[in-house]
Write a protein that binds this ligand. Sequence first.
Ligand code: PLP
Length: 410
Amino acid sequence: MALVNECFLSLPGNYLFSEINKKVNTFSLQHPDAKLIRMGIGDVTKPLAKAVIDAMHQAVVEMSDAKTFRGYGPEQGYRFLIEKIIEIDFRSRGVTVQPEEVFISDGCKSDMGNIGGLFAKENVVAVTDPVYPVYVDSNVMDGRGGGTSASGMWKNIVYLPCIKENDFIPALPEKPVDIIYLCFPNNPTGTTLTKPELKKWVDYALETGALILFDAAYEAFIAEEDVPHSIFEIEGAENCAIEFRSFSKTAGFTGIRCGYTVVPKKVAARTGTGKKIFLNALWNRRQTTKFNGVSYITQRAAEAVYSDEGMRQCKENIAYYMKNAAIVRDGLKHMGLEAFGGINAPYIWFKTPENIDSWTFFDRMLKEIHVIGTPGVGFGPSGEGCLRLTAFGSREDTVAAMERFQSWSI
Ligand code: PLP
C-alpha cells in the first residue's frame, strides 16, 4: 500500500471558510426567512468587463476555424499577454522585466502554493500574522510546519504580527529566516506598506540571503501615491524576490482563472553544498512538467484587460468596490469601532468592542443582524479579537449591512 505524505494529516481538518459555511448553513436552516448579507468570503460579484467578453467571443471564433485553431500552448503563456503585462504593469512604473521572467498561470493561489515545491524542507519560513492561509498550509504540506504548539502556532514557522499597535507594519524577524511571505496590499487587514517600509524588507533580504515571496494580488486597488504596486519598484528586489499577481480581483477573473508570477533571472537559492541555483530555470522546469498552461481563450480575455476599454471598465468596477469599502469603513468608525484598511484594498479589518473574541462576535453578527464576516483569528493568532469584512458585495447589500450595524446595540 502506498504511504501518504503525513504532513497533510497534521493540518487542521476544517478550512476556515468551510467552518463559516457550516455555521451559516445551520443558521439558515433554522431561520429560513433571515436575509443574510455575505461580507465574508473575498469573491467578486460584478460581471466581466465587456472588452473581456468580446475578446473571449473572438477567441472562440478563432478556435472554430482550422486556420486559426490553437492546440497546446506554451506552458509559460502566450507572448501577446506577456508583452502587455510587461508594458503596462511594469515598464509604465519604470520596472524592467524580461518576457522569460513572466509565467502565466491559472491564478495566484496555485503559484503561491506550488512554489514551495522548489524549496527544501529545512527552510525556515516567515509569515505576517494574520495571513492568507495558503502560505502556511502549503508549507505545512511540504513539511515545513514542524507540528503545532499549545497555542496552535506551527513551531517551525516564524510569525510576524501585524497589529494595530505596530500600524500593521511587520517588524524584521528576530531570528534568521530563509523565505518570507509578504502580501501588500494585505489580505486580511487591508493595510499596505509604503516604499520606504518595503525597502527595509528588500534590504534585509539582500543582506541575509533570504527570499521574499511577494503577493501583489490586490495592487489594482492601491489609491495612495507612495504605496508600491510591485516589489520590483524597490531597488535590488530583482535579486531577492518573486512576485505573484492575479486577474481575479483586478478584473473579476475568479471564475475564469488567470494570474501570473514574475521570477527574475537573478533570483537564486542554494544547494546543501552551497551551489547557487537560479529559480527562474527551476520554476520553468516545474511548470513545463506539471502545468499545462492557461487556455488560449482565457489569455485573450486577460490581454483585453489591458486594452483602453478593458482598463477603463475594470477601473470602474474597482471604483465601485472601493466606494463600498469607504461605506463600510466610515460606517464602522461612526459606531465608534476601530476599523482599518479599505483605502488601498477591498478589505476592512475591525476590532471587536471590549475585546470580544472573533468567533463569538462572528456568531453574534450572524444571529443578531444577519451579516456574515470572517473571524480574524481564522487568519492567525494575531487576528484574535478582529473581523474582516469585504467590499465585493452589491451597493445595496453594503448599505443595508451598515444600516443594520448602526441600529444594533452591540
Ligand atoms: N492572494 C491573496 C492574498 C488572496 O486574497 C487571494 C484570493 O483571495 C489570492 C491570492 C488568490 O488569487 P487567485 O484567485 O488568483 O488564485
